[in-house]
Design a protein around this ligand. Structure first.
Ligand SMILES: [Zn+2]
Length: 410
């Protein structure tokens, strides 16, 4: 089942119209295709004309040793036309970096010359050149569709090994460990024979899977009960952990849909290479992802703080403070002293300060002391989450969808 949407910030979530075009058969990895979709006389030859019929398309997946000019010769283009195409595509993408799996497509006019040339690269981005009276070259963001998948595994020695054996993404072992780190020690809980079921999304451009899959939901049947974990989607900041059908824990996170990349506590510092206290949680997030207040509060500080880079700090009263670090930009509508609500945009994720790649470092401090955001509940307002009917209904929906997907696989 293809479902549009649910993709990380900054990525287009339109349905990929070219993937729906029967003329584009990108999964035929080795075959060069020329597909006539309409009689040649129906082909619009005017840039301004409405697209009444799709162009015939020649398309080929780049193989080992292929060059763009070699492929264009294969497509039947003469030297001069071929040079125009490589010149146009090469102005937006270094064609030396072409690699197996990229897809080169030509939209052909009735006379066999290209109207468009498109190169789809590994992350799903497309370099698109248009020829004719108003030539242009554009680099288009990936048009990704998200596809939900599910699977199950029985634990023998470790979650990682179980996922590996079941052909599921092993990175989810880390997601599970990080999110459960402050609830119980998952490794110590495993004696063997535990059943785990997971649901996740993968992202596709046409028929190709691009980027990393994202875990959405997990159900762990352990000796002391059934744990269900619901990660937030692009509309939600709440991670929820249930035990035996009851809401055990809600965690408000500062970036919608983001996944943890590092936990709170002692760890090997990624930059300094020594064991250090990690005073917060890290979230994997593309540069520019919107960072939001996790709870209502008052802006106490905005600006630089050495290794933290650009930060926002919120005062939530009762000695509770949150800090959002390594930001690339601040919300310029905010001022120190101003009150904000949960969900107010504070700035954008980045990599300022001591940081190797864009991510968000998030802290909760109580009377100046860093506490584990996944364990300490003092930030949550007393009236914050008294209603549990909604998350319970959501977790039922997730459970049903996962069961259906697993059953469909047989
Ligand atoms: Zn951090």
């Amino acid at each position: 089942m293809l479902v549009a949407g649910g993709v990380a910030a900054g990525i287009s979530i339109q349905m990929d119209t070219s993937a729906d075009d029967p003329a584009v058969l990108q999964n035929e990895a080795s075959a060069a295709l020329t597909v006539d979709t309409a009689p040649a006389t129906d082909m619009p030859d005017d840039e301004a004309a409405p697209a009444v019929a799709p162009l015939p398309i020649w398309s080929k997946v780049v193989g080992p040793g292929d060059s763009v000019s070699g492929l264009l010769t294969e497509a039947g283009l003469d030297k001069e036309t071929s040079r125009a195409v490589t010149g146009a595509l090469g102005s937006a993408f270094d064609l030396q970096h072409i690699q197996p799996g990229h897809v080169l497509s030509l939209g052909l006019k009735a006379d066999g010359t290209p109207r468009t040339a498109t190169l789809e690269i590994e992350d799903g981005s497309r370099i698109q050149a248009t020829f004719g009276p108003t030539p242009s070259v554009d680099r288009l963001a990936p048009q990704l569709t998200s596809v939900r998948r599910a699977g199950e595994a029985t634990v023998d020695s470790s979650i990682f090994a179980a996922l590996d054996r079941a052909g599921m993404p092993t990175r989810f072992a880390t997601d599970l460990e990080l999110i459960l780190a402050e609830t119980f020690d998952l490794r110590a809980h495993l004696g063997g024979g535990e059943h785990i079921r997971l649901m996740w999304r993968e992202f596709r451009s046409g028929d190709r899977v691009v980027g990393d899959p994202t875990i959405d939901y997990a159900q762990l049947d352990l000796t002391d009960g059934r744990y269900q974990i619901m990660w937030p989607d692009d509309n939600s900041r709440q991670t929820r952990i249930f035990k035996d059908g009851e809401l055990l824990k809600t965690f408000d996170q500062p970036i919608r849909g983001a996944r943890l990349s590092s936990s709170f506590g002692m760890r090997m510092h990624p930059v300094h290479g020594t064991m250090r206290m990690h005073s917060g949680l890290d979230f994997a997030a593309p540069q520019g992802s919107v960072v939001e207040a996790t709870q209502k509060g008052r802006v106490a500080y905005m600006g630089k703080r050495s290794g933290y880079g650009t930060v926002v700090e919120l005062d939530h009263g009762r000695g509770v403070m949150t800090r959002y670090a390594h930001l690339s930009a601040l919300n310029d509508k905010l001022k120190v002293g101003q009150r904000v609500n949960a969900g107010t945009e504070l700035g954008r994720a980045g990599s300022t300060g001591t940081s190797t790649a864009p991510h968000l470092h998030y802290e909760i401090r109580i009377n100046g002391e860093a506490v584990s955001p996944l364990a300490d509940t003092r930030l949550r307002q007393p009236d914050g989450d008294t209603r549990t009917a909604e998350p319970l209904a959501l977790v039922d929906t997730m459970q049903n969808e996962m069961a259906r997907l697993i059953a469909a696989k047989g």
